[in-house]
Design a protein around this ligand. Structure first.
Ligand code: GDP
Length: 598
């Protein structure tokens, strides 16, 4: 019976198996293929109109396969090869990685890089969180929902590359942002009130319906980004619509930050130059001469907040100046500075700022993450470089080497400074000698991302660590994404590389930056990183300590006011403005900090 039963069971099972096999081969499999190809297509369409790698592809990298620019599959990422060539190649092609999907794409999950960088455990429950985890994706409400995903893939994916920020935006900041977006939509170049308002401003008519703040660049991209963030802060505080003068050099680098609108000053705007516009300085002087009696105010004003140490005090941080400016409907603001601390010094704005930022050292962190999303092209460059060189690291060290006086400062002196800093603070190990066979088991890999105009720094460090055993047993890999040799102005590709470098640095676990460099400030603020600040050497000198740890991730304001509004000189910022301290890297500068006891 039992045997029969077993045989019968077997027959039943076999016939079930046969049916299953039949269903699988003739029905399910073709269906899977059809569904899969559709799904792949729609996902591909959705995420990669800009041809950015998908999470499934990110997984490939994790599994030691790499998708190449020509669509083939390379096994095991090598030590990077000619990364500058590769970078240039991808830059010059203008498009990268028409990414061949080498493995079946799974529904997008966070199984990508963030977990690689934080933990290698496959039991991590976050591995199974869907990509459309809006809270994370929208940075806890900082970002508005409703953008078309394909228009800006980085907005959708950046949270996969970053650790979750421990700094949550306050509900007040979020409400200010949503309110701002409303105003921008209505008053911005595509809005219903834009032309009417501009006409009124140009005809110097009655008060315009909308007020504007036109940001104008000065200096390098880092300077421009910190000043854009400060300008946006000012726009938020004064309910002005911020428009940016982006010439060709910045086109296609960032996504549009404001929903259903644009922040680009229209090409036809008469406000592309300020020749016909009254200056803030002359207005202030007129007001003084007028003995504070009523002035005829212009409908537009040019305000220059650039670093100019020898110019007279501007008193921009004073209520009486703000009371004047507020009545002018259109402001053109030029700055290379992160002037947010001066807004905190202005009684007019102080209460509002305190409500917006509970943690005072998170202003750039939040506003930078809100405003600066890499365009799809920039995102391709960032993610491709990340996946090829950084994704596999147990720890990523960003090393920003900015040389302000290349003719005066020998490379050797800078290299010594960098090594003294990194080795002394145990960021990098000492080199012991050539690798021997016992080193093969050592698996901790630290990847150093060097950002510098000069490729020699990355090359030197690479030579130093390649095939060497180290005091900690760690394997050190070194990569540099670009080496432009010199700073270029009005150059789109050059700016793109700078933005890619800043963004990649911001994805580091540990950051070393150069004193005084706004390039480094952008990276530290976006990345929630308190960097090690390399001492600024000028000639062939040495300095001990070679670097110091920053106390706040906020950028330093290099040109703070020197006087109180009464005209008395400010001797000590900290005693009058509790959230401000002198910068470590620039004695005349000030920056915000949260912990007022430090
Ligand atoms: P700062 O002068 O260091 O405050 O930074 P800025 O960004 O304002 O100006 C420096 C400019 O030089 C950058 O915007 C780039 O154009 C270029 N540059 C300097 N360092 C680097 C670097 O490490 N990588 C790249 N790609 N460009 C750099």
């Amino acid at each position: 019976m039992e045997i029969l039963q077993i045989t019968k069971d077997k027959i039943v099972k076999s016939s079930k198996r046969f049916t299953t096999l039949f269903v699988v081969i003739f029905i399910a499999f073709p269906l899977v293929i059809i569904v899969n190809s559709n799904t792949s297509f729609s996902l591909f369409e959705q995420f990669t109109k800009g041809k950015v790698l998908l999470v499934g592809e990110i997984e490939n990298v994790k599994n030691n396969t790499n998708v190449t620019t020509n669509g083939g599959t390379v096994h095991k990422i090598s030590d990077g090869g000619n990364i500058k060539g590769e970078f240039n190649n991808t830059m010059s092609k203008g498009k990268i990685q028409n990414s061949t999907k080498t493995t079946q794409e799974r529904p997008a999950t966070t199984t990508g890089l963030k977990n690689d960088t934080m933990t290698s455990s496959t039991n991590d429950p976050t591995l199974h969180t869907p990509i459309h985890n809006d809270k994370e994706k929208l940075l806890n409400g900082l970002l508005a929902s409703g953008f078309e995903d394909a228009s800006c893939v980085s907005r959708l994916q950046s949270h996969l590359y970053r650790k979750v920020s421990p700094h949550k935006p306050s509900s007040y900041l979020i409400s200010k942002l949503r309110n701002y977006e409303e105003i921008h939509r209505r008053c911005g170049p595509n809005g219903k009130d834009y032309h009417k308002s501009m006409r009124k401003i140009l005809n110097s008519g009655d008060a315009s319906i909308c007020k504007y703040l036109i940001w104008t660049p000065a200096n390098g991209l880092g300077n421009q980004m910190v000043s854009m963030a400060a300008t946006f802060m000012y726009a938020l505080l004064t309910n002005r619509v911020m428009l940016v003068r982006f010439r060709k050099d910045k086109q296609g680098i960032f996504c549009e930050p404001f929903l259903n609108s644009t922040w680009l000053l229209p090409e036809k705007s008469p406000f592309w130059n300020e020749n016909h516009v009254e200056t803030y300085q002359s207005l202030i002087e007129k007001e003084k001469a007028n003995n504070n009696s009523k002035l005829d105010l212009p409908s537009s004003l040019f305000l220059n907040l650039q670093y100019r140490p020898n110019l007279p005090e501007k008193f921009f941080h004073c209520d009486h100046s703000q009371a004047l400016i507020i009545k002018v409907p259109l402001l053109i603001l030029q700055s290379d500075q992160y002037f947010v601390p001066s807004l905190f010094m202005t009684p007019f704005f102080n209460k509002e700022l305190e409500k917006m930022f509970v943690e005072k050292d998170t202003v750039f962190h939040h506003l930078g993450r809100y405003l600066f999303h890499p365009s799809n092209e920039a995102w391709r460059l960032i993610t491709n470089f990340y996946q090829a060189h950084l994704a596999k690291a147990d720890e990523k060290i960003g090393l920003q080497i900015r040389v302000f006086n290349p003719t005066l400062t020998p490379q050797e002196a800078i290299m010594n400074l960098v090594l003294n800093c990194t080795i002394h603070n145990k960021l990098l190990p000492k080199v012991l000698g050539m690798k021997n066979s016992s080193d093969k088991n050592k698996t901790i890999v630290k990847v150093v991302l060097v950002a510098s105009l000069y490729p020699e720094y990355g090359d030197n460090l690479k030579t130093m660590y390649t095939n060497k055993s180290t005091s900690s047993g760690e394997i050190i890999e070194v990569h540099q994404a670009s080496g432009e040799e010199q700073q270029k102005f009005n150059d789109n590709k050059h700016n793109m590389k700078a933005w890619v470098d800043m963004y990649l640095l911001s994805l580091s676990d540990v950051l070393v930056t150069t004193s005084l460099s706004t390039f480094g400030y952008v990276a530290q603020g976006l990345g929630n990183l308190r960097p090690w600040l390399l001492y600024k050497i000028i000639s062939n000198d040495t300095h001990f300590p070679a670097c110091e740890r920053e106390f706040s991730m906020e950028p330093c304001y290099h040109a703070p006011p020197k006087h109180y509004c009464s005209g008395k000189p400010i001797k000590d910022f900290a005693s009058s403005f509790i959230y401000m301290r002198k910068c470590k890297d620039f004695w005349f500068g000030v920056k915000l900090l949260s912990d007022i006891n430090s």
